[in-house]
Design a protein around this ligand. Structure first.
Ligand code: FAD
Length: 583
């Protein structure tokens, strides 16, 4: 700075300092680059369901929302947005509704529609995407809605489903739609149809699947999926419907009734009823929304709550029935209201930040990913997954050998259903299921094992356990329903020393449970034992109940003050019936 006066030099120094300060302030406002996010959809999650091409005249990309009912961390949604941007077209999301899914009743449908109503609103307000729902007039399956809605589509994108009805729906849609249909596997950590996935390779036990999953989990859960912004937004439902109806020669959505996702849960269920002249929704099981509320927001809240407060003791004490240390995510996972990839990503981040929680995270991931994806592997590779024949040969043989053994107790389905056995602990587990729509993990095993032990016929007992599980549990009708019940009959398990009735199938007893958690079993009994479970479970302070009620965030198996849940006697005011053939 030669030739400058003293004053000029001072001014230049001051300017330089101010510029540096401005730059530092600006840098502080810009979030640091994150290397744990991505908007890319891994190609191994994608699968063509037919050999059709994109339709050059298509006016929109159609997203068939079926199993993944969420706005965040949804690979099917993001892939559909990216395809729409590539074509410079809008995106329309459609849900095909039916009340006729096996075992579906008011409890399941209320949980699901609460989530769908929230999803419609979120997609509209934050993404410029309209979610429309239709149901076939006079009954029918969701795929019929999608075939009609795809008439003006460039191409169709759908999430993946693994039980038989969900696979069949997709297969029929792919056949009925004459443009490209792509399936995106977004509800598993390890995609089953991708290279090295489990489709076509049946895993005999968790031990054989575990190393395959654990070796791939770090890479597959490293990133949090970020939303891709949609260029051609559709701002109203009417505009989206006009897109569906607008093509020359299109028959449009004639024969399908709109389900009002912009309205209330009751309005949606009424629309399902009206479409089949009042014969739609099975109203025999009331919503359990006093205990578990459907929706993505609630699922994310439960995840935060679990990671922050329950993980500490999960490895050590999750089986203690009085501690309620589980995440309660299974109903949300079942309806795709939360992504298991994201849940695993978050849990692994906790383990990285807090090594003392590593063991709990490992145990949690073993349940969430290994056990759950073993269940999916079983459903995909075993055509008898929903029949007694899915139970392993050795187990069916030993149970048949002991089928004429005298039983200490034999109950009918109705006695089981009405919590009317001699065993207070079993009745308590059944009461928790009927009232809250979910059971404690550990009691769930005891509950099913005793149905086997106290029934005249092991095949019938299997059908009853599936029936009760799927009828009352919010997470029922899931691959894990079939492996959970199956495990109690010997599936994915080994033989044990032989005993009467159950042969070499592993047994469980209250004494065994008490030897591990004596106080826990007693506390569970005082919570769910004889009497009105709701009243007993509701022994929290009035202030806490009111606070939860206002926040609308119970969701941990504890009831809300204004619960709609009926009491046990009201639930059984009519004779219980067995729906379908239960497999
Ligand atoms: C007889 C019987 C029936 C079952 N029926 C079902 C069912 O209908 N639907 C269902 O989702 N699970 C079922 N399970 C598995 C398990 O009991 C539930 O997944 C678990 O209780 C869900 O509660 P949570 O989310 O609070 O569990 P957490 O302990 O918080 O576990 C986290 C997640 O891991 C997964 N998970 C945990 N345990 C298992 C398991 N044993 N098998 C597969 N995945 C598991 C679930 O997705 C769960 O949400 C059944 C188990 C048995 C023994």
């Amino acid at each position: 700075m030669s030739g400058l006066t003293e004053e000029q030099r001072a001014r230049a120094e001051a300017n330089k300092a101010a510029a540096l300060a401005r730059r530092a302030a600006l840098a502080a406002q810009i979030p640091p680059l994150r290397d744990d996010v991505t908007s890319e959809i891994a190609p191994q999650r994608l699968r063509r369901l037919n050999f059709e091409r994109v339709d050059p005249r298509g006016r929109y990309v159609l997203l068939w929302v079926q199993s993944a009912q969420r706005a965040m961390h949804n690979e099917a949604l993001e892939y559909a947005v990216q395809r729409a941007n590539e074509h410079d077209l809008p995106l329309v999301a459609v849900f095909g509704s039916t009340a006729g899914f096996p075992h579906a009743n008011e409890r399941h449908l209320a949980f699901m529609y609460r989530g769908l109503i929230e999803l419609r609103e979120t997609l509209e307000t934050s993404r410029g995407i309209q979610l429309l729902a239709y149901t076939p007039e006079g009954g029918g399956e969701p795929g019929e809605v999608i075939v009609a809605a795809s008439a003006g589509a460039k191409e169709v994108v759908v999430d993946a489903g693994y039980t038989r009805p969900l696979r069949d729906w997709r297969r029929r849609v792919a056949k009925g739609v004459n443009r490209l249909v792509t399936e995106v596997e977004c509800d598993v950590v390890v995609p089953l149809y991708g290279p090295g996935g489990g489709a076509g390779r049946s895993e005999p036990a968790a031990a054989t699947l575990r190393p395959k999953i654990l070796s791939r989990m770090p890479a597959l859960t490293r990133h949090e999926l970020q939303p891709t912004s949609l260029r051609r937004r559709v701002l109203t439902g009417a505009a989206a419907e006009a897109l569906l109806l607008g093509g020359e020669g299109d028959v449009g959505m004639a024969g399908f009734a709109r389900v009002p996702l912009w309205d209330s849960v009751d309005a949606c269920l009424d629309a399902l009823d009206a479409a089949v002249l009042g014969a739609g929704v099975d109203r025999s099981v009331k919503p359990a929304d006093g205990y578990h509320v459907g929706g993505e927001r609630e699922a994310l809240r439960k995840l935060d709550h679990f990671l922050a407060t329950k993980l500490n003791d999960y490895a050590r004490s999750r089986n203690d029935p009085s501690l309620r240390l589980q995440s309660h995510l299974s109903p949300h996972i079942h309806y795709g209201q939360i992504s298991v990839v994201y849940v695993a990503h978050r849990a692994r981040k906790v383990a990285a930040a807090r090594p003392e929680l590593r063991r709990s995270v490992d145990v949690f991931l073993d349940e969430l990913v290994v056990r759950r994806e073993l269940a999916i592997n079983y459903c995909l590779n075993n055509p008898n997954y929903d029949a007694y024949e899915g139970v392993p040969d050795w187990a069916r043989r030993t149970l048949a050998d002991h089928s004429t053994d005298p039983r200490l107790f034999v109950y009918t389905l109705e006695q089981f259903e009405r919590c009317a056995t001699h065993d207070a602990l079993w009745n308590a587990a059944q009461r928790e299921l009927v009232i809250s729509g979910k059971q404690h993990n550990y009691l769930r095993m005891y509950w099913a094992k005793k149905i086997l032990e106290w029934s005249a016929d092991p095949r019938e007992a299997w059908r009853w356990a599936i029936h009760l599980n799927n009828k009352y549990s919010l997470d029922g009708r899931d691959p894990s329903s079939y492996t959970g019940v199956g495990w109690c009959w010997g599936l994915h398990d080994r033989e044990f020393p032989e005993s009467a009735v159950t042969g070499t199938v592993r047994r469980m007893s209250e004494a065994g449970m008490r030897s591990k958690f004596n106080a826990g079993v007693s506390n569970y009994l005082s919570r769910w034992g004889e009497g009105d479970g709701r009243y007993r479970a509701g022994k929290r302070s009035a202030a806490k109940a009111a606070a939860e009620s206002v926040a609308g965030t119970p969701g941990n198996g504890t009831p809300r003050a204004e619960s709609r849940q009926t009491r046990l006697e009201e639930m059984f005011s009519k004779k219980p019936k067995m729906a379908g053939n239960g497999g």
